[in-house]
Ligand binder design. Structure first.
Ligand SMILES: Cc1cc2nc3c(=O)[nH]c(=O)nc-3n(C[C@H](O)[C@H](O)[C@H](O)COP(=O)(O)OP(=O)(O)OC[C@H]3O[C@@H](n4cnc5c(N)ncnc54)[C@H](O)[C@@H]3O)c2cc1C
Length: 451
């Protein structure tokens, strides 16, 4: 048994009725980090996860530079480096017309081992949950696995706690816990996010224009990869437009292979193109650019699975907060529960960790002991969109831009030949706010036409 497959010891289940400073629903990267950051702030935290470790999470498995600073701060980076992983030095973008450009990640960050890794979420999430649970318990809190939160309670217009239980339906050993702050970290269908949006404010939680379907498999022996260091690949394929196909090596000989498409676009497709699984099968078996690379490859049994990505793209409709409401009196949501996945790259772990840390800045256990107030919830949402809005908005523009096959083909072809454009893309990855300049007409003209 590998070290990340061993059960994680999380101590005794607290009695029914116990009061905490903070309850966190969901023990993925966002919930684990939110629990740890609040515990480090002196809070008595209850971290609740419905799964029991080791548990898989369908993902592309890329852990970018933004995530690594948090991973380091929480003491998990060394744990990752001690297990099999792939070190990412660059991203290859491919267009339907067969053009490619390799964008190097910033050299300085690569040398400091801060540019990015990819490794199965089975491993990454295990280490995050294990370390963060230790931090929670060292600071007087509790951790429960195998417990599904079924109800989020409201008292006087404020989230006041949760209840749920064990077993497949969450109805065994039912318990209720209370706290002035509940953090929603239950992913794309988090019950806390549902309460904050639909129940408390009558605003939609889900939006198919901004929710994306993703399908993932692990393959061994894919052509074009060797070793444990190098590029990850994202391809825009004409027959699968607007969507993307990725190849992310996760350790020696194993590659995470997947496809993704926004639900509203998926619905417009016809025949086999409606199914992500069938599209992936087609790319692997029939696409002229890829079938050769899979000739000697072998599917890892049981790894074909789908999941959803709630994008952080700005939404129309006049709602007061972007990308949607993520907090209310008594509650803050983080990660996928706050719909923060980058709409161009599909990365969500970095923003999950950033939002997790931000909750610990907005919650003060003494000042908010009577309940986390509405004004503090508004301040959290404003700071969150202030920090992520510019890059999420830029990524949304890039996502819509990628729908234009001819433009994508031309730009990637041009970038493949232009050092200036490839360098600019490296700069965009180092500092996503720099991608604003991409939208300056003069800059586009100078770079694409004159270079
Ligand atoms: C196909 C695909 C590819 C992706 N590729 C990448 C990538 O390469 N890089 C990247 O950074 N991001 C990627 N993402 C996005 C990334 O997976 C998410 O953004 C990230 O997992 C968000 O973390 P989270 O903790 O918010 O949510 P999750 O990881 O979904 O964790 C939520 C946790 O809450 C638990 N939970 C849910 N409901 C309850 C309940 N009622 N009670 C108790 N517990 C509950 C779940 O069991 C789960 O453990 C991808 C996503 C998909 C679907």
């Amino acid at each position: 048994m590998e070290s990340w497959e061993e059960p994680i010891e999380t101590g005794e289940v607290p009695e029914d009725g116990v009061v905490f400073d903070v309850i966190v629903v969901g023990g993925g990267p966002a919930g684990s980090a939110a629990a740890a950051y609040n515990a480090l702030n002196g809070c008595k935290v209850l971290l609740i996860e419905k799964g029991v470790w080791p548990r898989d999470k369908i993902c592309g498995d890329a852990v970018g530079g933004k995530s690594l600073s948090h991973v380091k701060e929480l003491g998990v980076k060394g744990m990752i480096e001690d297990t099999p992983h792939f070190t990412v030095d660059s991203i290859i973008f491919g267009s339907g017309g067969g053009n490619t450009v390799r964008v190097m990640l910033p050299q300085e960050e690569f040398e400091k081992k801060e540019a990015g890794y990819s490794l199965p979420r089975l491993q990454f999430d295990y280490m995050m949950f294990k370390r963060c649970s230790e931090i929670v318990m060292e600071n007087g809190g509790s951790v429960i696995q195998g417990f599904t939160v079924k109800d989020v309670h409201l008292e006087e217009g404020r989230v006041s706690g949760v209840s749920g239980g064990f077993g497949r339906r969450g109805d065994e050993g039912v318990r209720r816990y209370s706290s002035p702050l509940t953090i929603g970290a239950g992913g794309y269908s988090c019950p806390v996010a549902k309460t904050v949006t639909e129940v408390m404010h009558g605003e939609p939680m889900r939006d198919d224009e901004h929710y994306c379907g993703g399908f993932r498999e692990y393959w061994e022996g894919v052509g074009g990869f060797s070793g444990t260091e190098g590029p990850i690949e994202i391809h825009f394929i004409d027959e699968f437009n607007p969507g993307y196909f990725w190849l992310f090596p996760v350790k020696e000989g194993v590659v995470n292979v997947g496809v993704g498409m926004v639900f509203a676009e998926q619905r417009k497709q016809k025949g086999d193109k409606k199914s992500l699984r069938k599209m992936q099968e087609w790319v692997i078996n029939s696409h002229p650019g890829f079938k050769k690379r899979f000739e000697n490859a072998k599917l890892v049994k049981g790894s074909s699975k789908g999941w959803q990505l709630p994008f952080g793209s700005p939404r129309k409709g006049g709602q007061p907060y972007q990308p949607r409401r993520s907090a209310a009196a008594g509650a803050m949501c983080v990660g996928d529960s706050a719909s923060l996945v980058d709409p161009f790259t599909g990365e969500g772990i970095g923003n999950a960790l950033l939002s997790a840390k931000m909750t610990s800045k907005h919650f003060d256990k003494d000042a908010h002991s009577g309940g986390f107030p509405e004004e503090a919830a508004a301040a959290y949402m404003e700071e969150l969109w202030g920090a992520l809005g510019p890059e999420l908005s830029n990524s949304y523009k890039l996502q819509r831009w990628a729908k234009k096959k001819w433009l994508m083909n031309w730009v990637i072809g041009k970038a493949g030949r232009s050092e200036e454009l490839a360098d600019m893309m490296t700069g965009m990855i180092a500092d996503k706010e720099a991608s604003r300049q991409l939208w300056s007409k003069w800059f586009l003209f100078k770079t694409l036409i004159l270079s």
